[in-house]
Design a protein around this ligand. Structure first.
Ligand code: AMP
Length: 394
């Protein structure tokens, strides 16, 4: 197990905490503060333990001058301050006298949020390339480093790996919780079922390769199912196809014919539009002008038969175009099955978590992971660079 915030005495210490405040913004307003809310337990723990708290986070991408203003972290300081009922002092720069003086004048229990770490990317991608001088400079502001940004663990940046390499370090309470939940899948109880949806096959190849031998079944829905169906020789008409990964799909079907379960019927539309003509149809009966945008009732029944006996499920990617009102049924019914049958369910990857949130199931499943790429790379069995430089606890 990795060292965590509870393994350190925080009293009177300057504690640098890397959070993931990469929140969606529109015209300078935060449209969803979930990532700020999930960071609160670690910040409150540091407050309760009398630390001086210096927070870092990235926001969006900074490639040119024009990206600076729209990725200013100040609104996060305001929201965080409201949530904590306490002043969060915002420092609008990532280095220099203002930052150093602010930190030097902190009292125990003070909270400072430093400007978007990616402002440093404007000058030779210093944050994203884990520049050594930058990491050492930021480390000089603290006594201890806590990484609570689960969503960026799959990156080696100055504000995570760099800081961890230059200070005594540990993980925060959010990262600890994520790792604990995801570790259920290291040696999963059986039957273990993988559910995959969404549109891009490429993103899920690593997960399939890593888990295909462990999983009892892989249920495939969403747009990616059509690449597998086409690989089986079925006419997929206007449905989305990932041509580059047809060969991979064919190989998997040939190797694991009884394990990979594909849709047998779909909700077919004449246009990629919620209001277009639609009908439920057997997978072999698609007209040339139709595309499948959700799984159909017979597929839901087939998936349910398997899922009601499952002990644990990992699910990435919605089973239909959940953004369209008429295409939420597949994801909704399967979420309902998992909750009703008490199956341990881990949702990972942005879109299925967003869909579960919209459909009212996010709080009902066992765990909805906050990381997109980080969760997938964990499931691919890859080492996470933001984690590997944090020492193990004794
Ligand atoms: P991904 O990023 O690969 O997980 O894909 C997520 C996206 O897949 C969502 O925006 C869904 O709207 C989309 N999606 C799900 N099912 C389908 C489908 N049958 N056809 C096209 N897109 C789909």
């Amino acid at each position: 197990m990795k060292k965590n915030i509870r393994d350190y005495d925080l009293n009177n210490k300057r504690v640098l905490i890397r959070c993931d405040f990469n929140v969606p913004m529109k015209n300078g307003e935060i449209t969803d503060d979930n990532r700020i809310v999930t960071s609160l337990p670690t910040i409150k723990y540091a407050l309760d333990n009398n630390a001086k708290i210096i927070l870092f986070s990235h926001l969006g991408r900074v490639k040119e001058e024009a990206d600076l203003a729209k990725n200013d972290l100040r609104p996060v300081a305001t929201r965080l301050s409201e949530l904590l009922g306490k002043e969060v002092k915002f420092v609008p720069v990532t280095r220099g006298e203002e930052l150093e003086t602010t930190v030097a004048n902190m009292n125990n229990g003070d909270i400072v949020l430093v400007q978007n770490t990616r402002y440093e990317d404007l000058d030779g991608k210093k944050e994203s390339k884990n520049d050594e001088e930058l990491a050492k400079y930021w480390a000089s502001l603290g006594d201890l480093f806590i990484n609570d940004a689960f969503g960026t663990l799959h990156r080696a940046h100055a504000s995570n790996s760099g800081l961890a390499s230059n200070l005594p370090s540990g993980v925060g309470l959010l990262v600890e919780k994520e790792l604990k939940e995801l570790s259920r899948l290291d040696n999963p109880e059986k039957p273990f079922v993988l559910i995959l949806g969404g549109s891009k096959v490429a993103d899920k190849i690593g997960v399939i390769e890593n888990l295909v031998t462990k999983a009892d079944y892989i249920l495939i829905g969403g747009g990616m199912a059509f690449t597998f169906l086409k690989a089986k020789g079925i006419n997929t008409a206007k449905s989305v196809i990932d041509e580059e990964n047809l060969e991979f799909a064919k190989k998997m079907i040939d190797m694991y014919p009884d394990k990979i379960i594909l849709p047998i019927d779909v909700n077919a539309f004449e246009e990629f539009n919620n209001d277009a003509n639609n009908r439920y149809v057997a997978i072999t009966e698609l007209n040339e002008n139709e595309m499948g945008l959700d799984i159909g009732p017979n597929t839901i029944e087939k998936f349910t038969e398997i899922l009601k006996d499952a002990k644990i499920v990992f699910w990435n990617g919605p089973l239909g175009v959940y953004e369209f009102e008429k295409c939420t049924t597949g994801s909704k019914k399967i979420l309902e099955t998992l909750v009703n049958y008490g199956v341990t369910t881990i949702l990972g990857g942005g879109d299925i978590v967003a869909a579960a949130g919209d459909l009212g199931y996010k709080e009902k499943v066992t765990h909805a992971s906050t990381g997109g790429g980080a969760t997938l790379e964990y499931m691919e069995g890859k080492e996470l660079p933001g984690l590997s430089c944090i020492p193990e606890s004794n």
